[in-house]
Design a protein. Structure first.
Length: 380
């Protein structure tokens, strides 16, 4: 019987959040916190789909016959291509399964959306199976937990279909592209109109240059960047923050357009620096200088986002604390709370990291030391 493991990273937007909504350049990176999915076929005698999502406290068995009767009696591949109609059918099915809260409902909708969609597109022979999926990422924390979830599921069902056909090819760019597209469709369930940056980073890993509806360019072979990831523990609504900025743009179009263009230019400058850092050794004098330039651009980007009223007093405190240690920090994601990151220099001493971490924890934040730019989705 087939069994395997899939994992996908979370993401941090380094530069360009909010501006990316208006067609500007953004820079994002995979973060070394992963979602892990274990897949195993079950004996034919079991005739269930077993779903275990500990992060949302969801453990259910769905009879295979119930799924077959609802989705596969009249196979209709055209139907799955009509997003609204197909998603409504998935919602109808999930409504008859027991769940306790909105997080469980969304998890089930995403699961069945991808399972049925990929089953029909890739012609999977449906058998009893179990999926156990857990994550190191906080849910709704702006670190791409829903994309990491969707990428794991998309990779899982695509890989299952390929193993059934005795295809054992490695994850090349075309397969990754398919996984990313499947995950983006699923992301609409969670976020309505996602930009595509989250699923791209969770699929390809590394550092990514991104422009909505235009291109995704992975920047591979970069030196590992170390950051402190700081959780403000302040909840916020991405939708509300995006709408607040849109309102500002309507009121002051010339000013906000100039700010968005400035953020775009910062992202482009960052890409030049990262590309140059790839070409020099760690003992080259430019290596440290490149990091210092990145820190200047971090401060600039944060200042522009604060001007757009998407920062928060907790984020401002983190940025000020970083500057006390001659480091630079900015919000990542929508702002208004959520996470900030502090870029560490290659020669930042462990005592300095421990000292700033203690200070931030004393202020009520949680702090993780992590690495950016690691691998994307992986199958073992």
């Amino acid at each position: 019987m087939i069994q395997f493991k899939v994992s996908a990273p979370g993401k941090v937007i380094l530069f360009g959040e909010h501006a990316v909504v208006y067609g500007k350049t953004a820079v994002a990176a995979s973060v070394d916190l992963r979602t892990v999915l274990n897949f195993a076929e079950l004996p034919e005698t079991e005739q269930i789909v077993k779903i275990c999502f500990p992060k949302v406290n969801l453990f259910i068995n769905v009879p295979l016959q119930q799924i077959q009767n609802f989705f596969f009696i009249n196979k209709d591949v055209e139907h799955v291509e009509n997003y609204e109609a197909f998603y409504n059918k998935v919602k109808e099915f999930v409504s008859i399964i027991s769940y306790a809260n909105p997080q469980q409902r969304l998890s089930l909708e995403a699961f069945f959306y991808l399972f049925i969609y990929i089953t029909q597109k890739e012609e999977i022979e449906v058998k009893p199976f179990q999926v156990h999926l857990n994550t190191e990422l906080g849910i709704g924390s702006g670190l791409g937990s829903s994309s990491s979830f969707a990428v794991c599921l998309a990779a899982c069902f695509l890989h299952w279909s390929r193993l059934q056909k005795d295809i054992y090819k490695i994850l090349d760019f075309s397969i990754l592209d398919t996984i990313s597209k499947y995950a983006l469709n699923c992301e609409k369930i969670m976020h309505g109109n996602p930009s595509g940056i989250d699923n791209s980073v969770c699929t390809y890993g590394s550092i990514i240059e991104f422009k909505k509806d235009d291109y995704v360019k992975p920047i591979s072979n970069v030196h590992a960047l170390k950051i402190l990831l700081v959780d403000t523990r302040v909840n916020r609504s991405t939708k509300a923050l995006v709408e607040r900025l849109l309102e500002l743009k309507h009121r002051y179009p010339v000013i906000i357009d100039l700010i968005m263009s400035s953020i775009d230019n910062i992202s482009k400058e960052v890409i030049k620096i990262i590309e140059k850092l790839k070409t020099v050794s760690t003992d080259d004098e430019y290596f440290l200088e490149g990091y210092r330039q990145l820190m200047i651009l971090i401060n600039m980007n944060q200042g522009l986002l604060a001007t757009c009223q998407v920062s928060h007093p907790s984020l401002d405190r983190i940025c000020a604390e970083a500057q006390n240690y001659a480091l630079a920090a900015k919000l990542t994601g929508a702002g208004g709370g959520g996470h900030a990151y502090i870029l560490l220099l290659p020669d930042t001493q462990p005592e300095t990291i421990a000292s700033i971490s203690r200070k931030l924890i004393a202020d009520g934040f949680t702090v993780k030391l992590t690495t950016l730019g690691g691998p994307g989705v992986q199958i073992n």
